[in-house]
Structure formats: structure tokens, C-alpha cells
Design a protein around this ligand. Structure first.
Ligand code: HAM
Length: 425
């Protein structure tokens, strides 16, 4: 089979204007907001040693079992393209020892999961994530949920809902697993093949299977929190109480399970109706990860930027149009001397903050004006040998066709004042 040379790999996309403008806008807003909460940026490598992920996400999770891009380097060591951002940030922070205590880090970048591509589900996708390190504390979880709500509001999103739940303390897990297994065992035959496997390996994952038959069984299962110890239930109650104090509307959803195993206590997911089947805009929670011997605690979330862009386009349909770049001024040269002079003029205008384009070849006046129209220029500046000798230029309004010859310095002043926009004073 021929390898297509002009197409990206399925599930990976080329991102270009105009949509990329919305990405830049969301990223800029996040970069302004996150420092208000004390977060600074970290950029970790996209490639890590495989155990960084297997030890933190959990060997039995779908991500580790089916979705990682893993290969051996030349020395035979197993490497993995990061399927999410938390594990690499923990790898960094855990390596810093005491210096990382209480660290607050955010990241923004591509992640890789070998999933079946569909709308809102890509093989290379982008996450904006935050991680706040420290011992379990309901107030820390609530602060991160509030930050996430603030971020989404700053993006102009309003149609989202927040579901939260608890995974309880790690020491509760045997009791919860036993309780759920006892309730699910009589229905084993009704479950899909994946869930029959999950019944033995990771029974929590039964709870978020999308198959109709499995959902029917799940509806009959007791709330996992009913098998948890008092400290786990008290922790969730305190998170809910503090969220209410901030007027943050959340729904406690006992069926919410996150797909990663590092979570303890609070987990949450934000959904948006514009996203269809892949409706999770972001997910997060409190985690405890042991990479070598020492457990590492923190809380965080990650939002999928592909999905955030879809949601913003739904909630704010006019947003993208408002982000169009400035219309450039187009410099038209009549003859080689003017062409060379225009190269200098273009730099002068750009250094004054005015978007500017010019014909670099030797094309006719008509062809140059056509190029100006193609890029949506509002103004053209025309010069030939006569104007060069006189120190003037013709400023042409490309919207109404009017034109005026002015001293070059006046043309520059005018264009710098309007930054290429359609009107001059
Ligand atoms: P996650 O739920 O696996 O959590 O992913 C977070 C978000 O990334 C999802 O809600 C979704 O918006 C986006 N996402 C995930 N997979 C894809 C995909 N294949 N295509 C497009 N978007 C996708 C995590 O990754 C955790 N590390 C979050 C976290 C940070 N928990 C604590 N700290």
C-alpha cells in the first residue's frame, strides 16, 4: 500500500488559519489567567521512558493497555509518546525533591493516544493542564475546580456542567472492589467482552462503559462510596460544602469514574453539549503516584483544546470573526527602483506596527492590485520612478477606489495611525 505523502496520519491534523487564531486566543487567555492562581509554565518532553506512564496511569487502564505509542530506542529502552501531561510533570517534580513541595505548574502541548479517530477524538490532541502538588486537602481540590470554571468562563463558555465524585482512599479499594464485584457477578453474562475483562482487572471501569447492555447492569449497582471508609466520604462532603460556598454548581455523580488509575478522593469531569459523543471538555482529580518508592500527591485537571475550540465555536459563534488579523497595506512598485525602495518601506511600516505586504517579483500593475485584493488589503501604496524622484507616493483606498498623492512621510504617518485598517482620519 502506498504511503500518502501529502496527508497527515489519520487522527492527526494540520491546524491553520483561520481556526488557529481561536487556538492562539484561548492559549493567550489561559496564559494570563493561570499566573493569578500562582501557576507557572512547564514544558516537559513529548517522549518519556515508558514506566513514567505505566507506573502512574496504571497497568490496567485502556490508555496503557491499548492507546500508547510505544517503541524501543536504539539501545532497546522502551519509550512512549506522552498520552497525557500529568505523569511527565510528576516525573519532573518528584525528581526535584523538597524543592517541588507546593509547586504549581501548567502545561500546554500535544498528547498522543492511538485511539479510533472520530469527531473530538484525535490521535494527536492538545491539552492545557495544571498540577498543584501537596498533601490531600479538600480546599486545594476546590481551588483547582474554581480555577477551571474561571478559565472556561474567560473563554466565553457557559453551557458546561461539572460532575464530581470520589475514588476514595487507596486503602478503601479492596472493599469497594469486593462490593461492586459481589453486586455485578450475577450479571456477568450480560456484560460486553471488555467489561468481563474489566471485572477481573479493574472493576471501576465497568461504571463508565458506554454499551447499552452494560449500562443496564451498572444502573443496578450500588454507589461505590457506600463501601468506602468514613474519611473518604467526609472528604467528598467537605469538597461539596466548599464548592457550595463559592457558588460553584456541581453535580455529585456516583457513576463518574476517570479512565486513569492514579486518582484518589476527588475526581471530576466537565461536559459540554456541543461535543456529541466525546463530550468531556476536561477531566481532573486528586492523585497519588509512586514512581519509585515515595508517593507523590497532587491535584489537577487537563482540558482538551480541540474540544474547547469546538465548544467556544458553539457558545460564541462570532468569536472567530472578531479575531481576524489586521488587513495589510499592499505596496505596489512600478519599476525595479521602486521595488527595491518598497522593500525598505515595508520594513519601516512593519516596525511601526502596520501589517504590510508587497510584490517581490516583476509583475504588472494589474497583477499587483489583484494580489492586494486577494489578501484583503484596505490600502495600496503605489510608486514608480517619478514618485521616487519627487519623494511622494499614491495612497489608494481599495474599498472605494479613491486615491491621493502625498509626500511619502505623510503616507507612512497615516498608515501607521490606522495600522492598515479600512479608514483614515
Ligand atoms: P483525560 O480525561 O484522559 O485526563 O484527558 C483530559 C482531556 O483531554 C479530556 O477531557 C479531553 O478533553 C481531552 N482528550 C483526551 N483524549 C483525547 C483525544 N483522543 N482526542 C481529543 N481530546 C482528548 C487526563 O489526561 C489527566 N492527565 C487529567 C489530569 C490532570 N488529572 C489530574 N491532572
Amino acid at each position: 500500500m502506498d504511503t500518502p505523502l501529502f496527508q497527515p496520519i489519520p487522527g492527526m491534523v494540520d491546524l491553520t488559519a483561520p481556526e488557529v487564531l481561536l487556538w492562539q486566543h484561548l492559549e493567550e487567555q489561559a496564559r494570563q489567567l493561570l499566573p493569578l492562581y500562582g501557576f507557572s509554565e512547564i514544558r516537559t518532553p513529548a517522549l518519556e521512558y515508558t514506566p513514567v506512564f505505566t507506573r502512574s496511569l496504571g497497568e490496567t487502564t485502556d490508555v496503557v493497555q491499548k492507546e500508547m505509542y510505544t517503541f524501543a530506542d536504539r539501545g532497546g529502552r522502551s519509550l512512549t509518546l506522552r498520552p497525557e501531561g500529568t505523569a511527565g510533570v510528576i516525573r519532573y517534580a518528584a525528581g526535584q525533591g523538597a524543592a517541588a513541595e507546593g509547586a504549581r505548574l501548567y502545561y500546554l502541548g500535544p498528547m498522543f493516544r492511538c485511539e479510533r479517530p472520530q469527531a473530538g477524538r484525535k490521535r494527536q490532541f492538545h491539552q492545557l493542564g495544571v498540577e498543584s502538588f501537596g498533601e490531600p486537602n479538600p480546599a486545594a481540590d476546590v481551588e483547582v475546580i474554581a480555577l477551571q470554571q474561571h478559565l472556561f468562563q474567560s473563554w466565553g463558555l457557559h453551557a458546561f456542567t461539572i460532575d464530581i465524585n470520589t475514588r476514595g482512599l487507596p486503602e478503601d479499594r479492596p472493599a469497594v472492589t469486593a462490593g461492586l464485584a459481589a453486586a455485578a457477578r450475577p450479571h456477568l453474562d450480560a456484560l460486553c467482552a471488555d467489561c468481563r475483562r474489566r471485572f477481573d482487572t479493574n472493576i471501576f471501569r465497568l461504571l463508565d462503559c458506554k454499551q447499552a447492555a452494560c449500562r443496564q447492569v451498572v444502573d443496578t449497582l450500588p454507589d461505590p462510596a457506600s463501601f468506602m471508609s468514613a474519611p473518604s466520604r467526609v472528604y467528598l462532603a467537605e469538597v461539596v460544602r466548599l464548592l457550595q460556598g463559592l457558588n460553584l454548581p456541581v453535580r455529585v455523580n456516583p457513576r463518574l469514574v476517570r479512565g486513569l488509575d492514579y486518582y484518589i478522593h476527588t475526581v471530576w469531569e466537565i461536559r459540554h453539549p456541543a461535543l456529541g459523543a466525546q463530550d468531556a471538555l476536561s477531566g481532573g482529580g486528586r492523585y497519588r503516584v509512586t514512581l519509585d518508592t515515595k508517593p507523590f500527591d497532587g491535584v489537577g485537571f487537563a482540558a482538551g483544546l480541540e474540544r474547547a475550540v469546538m465548544a467556544v465555536q458553539h457558545d460564541q459563534p462570532d468569536r472567530l470573526a472578531a479575531l481576524q488579523p489586521p488587513r495589510p497595506v499592499w505596496l505596489v512598485a512600478l519599476g525595479p527602483a521602486a521595488r527595491e525602495a518598497n522593500l525598505r518601506l515595508a520594513q519601516e511600516l512593519r516596525q511601526g506596527g502596520c501589517a504590510c505586504g508587497l510584490d517581490l517579483g516583476d509583475r504588472s500593475l494589474k497583477a499587483q492590485l489583484r494580489a492586494a485584493n486577494r489578501v484583503g488589503a484596505a490600502w495600496a501604496v503605489l510608486r514608480g520612478d517619478r514618485e521616487l524622484a519627487a519623494g511622494t507616493a499614491t495612497l489608494k483606498n481599495l474599498q472605494d477606489g479613491t486615491q491621493v498623492e502625498l509626500p511619502l512621510a505623510d503616507v507612512v504617518t497615516k498608515l501607521n495611525a490606522v495600522k492598515g485598517r479600512g479608514t483614515t482620519s
